[in-house]
Design a protein around this ligand. Sequence first.
Ligand SMILES: *Cc1c(COP(=O)(O)O)cnc(C)c1O
Length: 461
Amino acid sequence: MRYVSTRGGVQGLSFCDAVMMGLADDGGLLVPETIPDISKDLPQLAGKGYVDLAAYVMGHFIDDIPAAELRSIIERSYETFDDSAVTPLVEVGDIHVLELFHGPTLAFKDVALQFLGNVFEYVLNKRGGRLNILGATSGDTGSAAIAGVRGKQNINIFIMFPEGRTSALQEKQMTTVLDDNVQNLAIEGSFDDCQSILKTIFNDLAFKDAYDLGAVNSVNWARILAQVVYYFSAYVQLGLPERFQVAVPTGNFGNIFAGYIARRMGLPIDTLILATNQNDILHRFFTTGRYERGEVYFSHSPAMDIQVASNFERYLYFEFGQAPEKVKEFMRDFSNTGLATTSFNTLNFDAAFTSGRVSDEETVATIARIFEETEYLLDPHTAVGVEIGLAKRRPEVPLVCLATAHPSKFDEVILQVIPDIEVSHPTLELLKDLPERKTLLEGEVGVVKDFISTFNDQLAS
Ligand SMILES: *Cc1c(COP(=O)(O)O)cnc(C)c1O
C-alpha cells in the first residue's frame, strides 16, 4: 500500500514513511491510495480476538513491516490494556457500549497512541536516528501520547499544556511520568497559545529537520488505522450481524473517520451516527453541506471542544473522488473566509452519516437517565454519543455506542447530577501520591525551541 497527500503534492510513501512524516509536507493529510475491499472475508472473522483482528485489518494497509514484527508490535501495544478483549462490548439496556477506555490513561486515545509509540520505536530501530515529539494538549492527548513513548530509546517527548487550565487530574496524568525522555512544559498562556507555538515551530522546516521533530496529533495516519480495528472488534463481538449502526462522539473527526474507512472496506455499518456537543460544525455540515467556522464553546465534554476538525480533510478527499484539486479549493475557501460548501448534493449527500448535537444540559440528563435505568455510568463524551445514537437509530438494527473515556476521568460533571455516587478508578487513585515534574515556560516560540535544543545538546554531551 502506498500513501499520498490529500493535496496531491506527496506520493508513493510507504506506511512507515507516512507515519514518520505525520502531516504531509504539502500541508495536506496522508491517506492510502486505495481502500481495500474485505467484504468477502467477513464470515472468517467470527470469533477472532483483538490481536488477530488488528493484524488482519492493519495487514491490508502495511506492507513494509514483516507480518511477525507487526504482530509483535500489536501484542505489545494492547497488553497494557486491563481487559483481555481490549475493547469489550457491554450491553446497556437495549444498546451496546464499546468500551475504548481500558488503556493506561483511561481514554480511547490509548488505542491509537500505544500502537503509534511502538511503530515509532520500530522505525527508529530499523533506520537509526532519533525523534523529538512535540505536542500541545488541553487534556487527553498529552497523557496518552506520553504513555505511548515513555522510556523508549531515541525518542523524546515535549508536551505543552496551558498552565493552570487543564484539570488537576489530567495534569497529574502527565506530570507524574518521570522518565527522562518525557518533558512536560507548562506554558503561561491559553491552549490556543500552545497550539500556535506548535504550528510555528512545525512550520520552521530548518528547525524541524535539525531536531527530527515528530507529531502525535490525530493527523498521523497510524492513529486512524489503529482505530479502524475496533469497529471490526464490535462487529465480531456482536456475532457478525447483517448490519449495525455506530454512534460516535466527535471532535476532530478522527474516531468517526476510522469508522468511515471500516465501512468502505465492507464492514456492514448501516450508518455512522455523528454526535457533537455545542461545537457543532460537523453536525451543521452534515445537515446543510456548509462547513463554517464558529466560536469555540467550553462544554462538559471538553475533548470535543473543537471547531476545525483536522481529519475532515481526509473524508472530503474520498468524497471528492480522490481529487486533490477539489480538496485544495475547499480548504482554500475555508481558510480565506471561514466558510466552504460542497458541490455534491447537500441534502443527504452521504448515506453513511446522520448527525445530531447535544447541549450540556442534555449531556448530564443522559448520564442521569442511563444510570437510573441501567446502573451504567457514562462519561460526558460517551453520553453525547448515546443521546444522539438513541435519537437517530433505526430500532431494528443493533446500535453500538463508542465509550471514549472512563467516567472517573470526568467525575466533576457526573457528580453534578449524581452527587452521592463514588466515581473512581484505581489508576487515578494511585496518582494522588506520586511526585510530579513540570517546567514552567513563557509562551514564546523562542523559549520552547531553546528548551528543545538545550535538552538535546545535554543528551549529546
Ligand atoms: C479526543 C476525544 C474525543 C474526540 O475524538 P476525535 O477523534 O477527535 O473525534 C472524544 N472523547 C474523548 C474522551 C476524547 O479524549
